[in-house]
Design a protein around this ligand. Structure first.
Ligand code: ADP
Ligand code: ASP
Ligand code: MG
Length: 453
């Protein structure tokens, strides 16, 4: 069995959906299960609809709604569907558009947009893309069936960034998905979308379809199926040595370990959602990243171990803030660090980079976190300074701690770029530092030149 996930660009038009369908058909012997993202630009369009509704901007809301309906209608046309499938697609596009119009009217009237409602709006993209993918497969004679992601993706109620309940996901996969596979169907489902315990829509956060695919693979494995690979099909050849939008000449990395891939994703390599690797690790399932537009290219294989040593790839993530916490009382005091981190725990803020000295602790976290609350809690027992507009840069590879000279190569290459914070030696797999966001891209380019020529 294989799980194949296709991202937004791969699903960008009716023609592209048709070509993805042929790719799936060519893998029929491997029993593929298909996870799809919304068509390119549709999630952004739905989020624009939510915020237009919140601002009661009728013109912008109508524009987003017609863009949504039009893009899917054009795809149906380009797919050349006929009969029952054409009718089903057309009816559902109308139904979804009406549902979105109702929701946005409600938001406008109330002048209030909750994350719960945002998810109910954002989910539409994957509901329709999975319908179109199913129709495209059926058109070429593949016996495909669509399963609503809410039927198997059980999550908590943290709307906007819901946490899947892995054991419930596995039992729902056994109950709802496996019987279809056993009946010889090719299952198609939407990524990104889930259901809270009360059945309402949730989403896994931007880019979450990769995570959906990995959880589906994990669930199938838990049912006793042999899952040969979870394949993430996207618009680049695989994981590259750096973000190709920033570094020209970024090269394909043929193999990376689970740990390296997880670090790269966490520190900003958008090609994988940060949680994607998690379900694969404990079950030792191979994860592959492949290019939909160049299926013959070998792609990247992600497994427990990977050939090679040293620096493998670089990542950078902007939108980072830091607090510099100092306390004279910290001198020789135990429990100070615990007190600092209890603030982050209480406010449910996850931290990125930590550096400490005898009298101070510096911590970075997402700029969108409640900085004022963090500062006022910390200020009760320490002096706090903050910085925003930062970027974390991560150098990822194997055995970095024991490879001599890496740090000196990094800091020589950075030259005059000011480094705000450094975390070295916390892991064998990465060396992370923080710079001002405006220097992030240049830092990445200089490091790429140093390590990859
Ligand atoms: P999809 O819609 O298929 O999920 P994404 O846009 O989420 O695709 O992810 C693919 C994009 O990630 C690439 O087009 C590339 O611009 C970006 N990217 C960032 N860092 C990397 C990296 N290290 N390797 C490959 N792609 C990267
Ligand atoms: N459609 C969602 C997004 O654009 C999820 C995904 O593509 O993975 O973020
Ligand atoms: Mg993605």
């Amino acid at each position: 069995m294989i799980v194949v996930k296709f991202g937004g660009t791969s699903m960008g038009s009716g023609e592209r959906i048709a070509s993805v369908a042929r790719l799936v058909e060519s893998r029929a012997a491997e029993t593929p299960l298909v996870v799809v993202s919304a068509m390119a630009g549709i999630t952004d369009c739905l989020l624009a609809l939510s915020s237009a509704a919140q601002k009661s901007d009728r013109a912008a809301a109508d524009k987003a709604l017609s863009q949504f309906a039009e893009k899917h209608r054009q795809a149906v046309e380009a797919l050349g569907l006929s009969g029952e499938d054409a009718e089903a697609c057309s009816d559902e596009i109308t139904r979804e558009t009406v549902r979105l119009a109702d929701l946005s009217t409600g938001v406008s009237l109330l002048g209030e947009l909750s994350l719960r409602t945002t998810d109910a709006i954002a989910a539409s993209g994957e509901l329709l893309s999975s319908l179109l993918m199913t129709a495209a497969l059926r058109k070429i004679g593949v016996d495909a069936v669509r399963i609503d992601p809410r039927e198997w993706m059980a999550t908590d109620a943290q709307y906007g960034c819901a946490i899947p309940d892995e054991s419930r996901v596995s039992s729902l996969v056994a109950m709802r998905v496996m019987p279809e596979v056993k009946a010889g169907k090719v299952v198609v489902t939407g990524g990104f979308v889930g259901a809270a315990p009360d059945g309402s829509f949730t989403t896994l956060g931007r880019g979450g379809s990769d995570y959906s695919a990995a959880l589906l693979g994990g669930g199938l494995h838990d049912c006793g199926a042999r899952v040969d690979a979870i394949e993430i099909w996207t618009d680049v050849d695989g994981i590259l040595t750096a973000d190709p939008r920033i570094v020209t000449g970024a090269r394909l990395v043929p193999e990376v370990s689970y740990t390296e891939a997880a670090e790269l994703a966490f520190f900003g390599a958008k090609v994988l959602h940060p949680a994607t690797i998690k379900p694969a690790v404990s079950r030792e399932i191979l994860v592959k990243v492949k290019n939909t537009f160049r299926p013959q290219a070998p792609g990247t294989s992600i497994a427990r171990t990977a050939e090679g040593e040293g620096v493998r790839a670089l990542a950078m993530r902007k939108g980072v803030a830091a607090v510099f916490i100092t306390s004279p009382r910290m001198l020789l005091a135990y429990g100070f660090a615990a007190r600092v981190f209890s603030v982050f725990e209480k406010l449910k803020v996850s931290v990125d980079v930590i550096a400490t000295s005898e009298v101070s602790i510096s911590v970075t976290f997402d700029e969108k976190s409640p900085i004022d609350d963090i500062v006022s809690e910390l200020a009760q027992f320490s002096d706090v300074e903050t910085m925003t507009g930062l970027a974390v840069v991560s150098v990822v590879g194997q055995n970095l701690r024991s490879t001599s000279g890496i740090a000196s190569r990094i800091f020589t290459a950075l030259d005059a770029i000011n480094v705000v914070l450094i975390s070295q030696g916390a892991s064998e797999t990465n060396l992370t530092f923080v710079v001002e966001a405006e220097n992030g891209a240049e830092a990445l380019r200089r490091l790429h030149k140093e390590f990859f020529g």
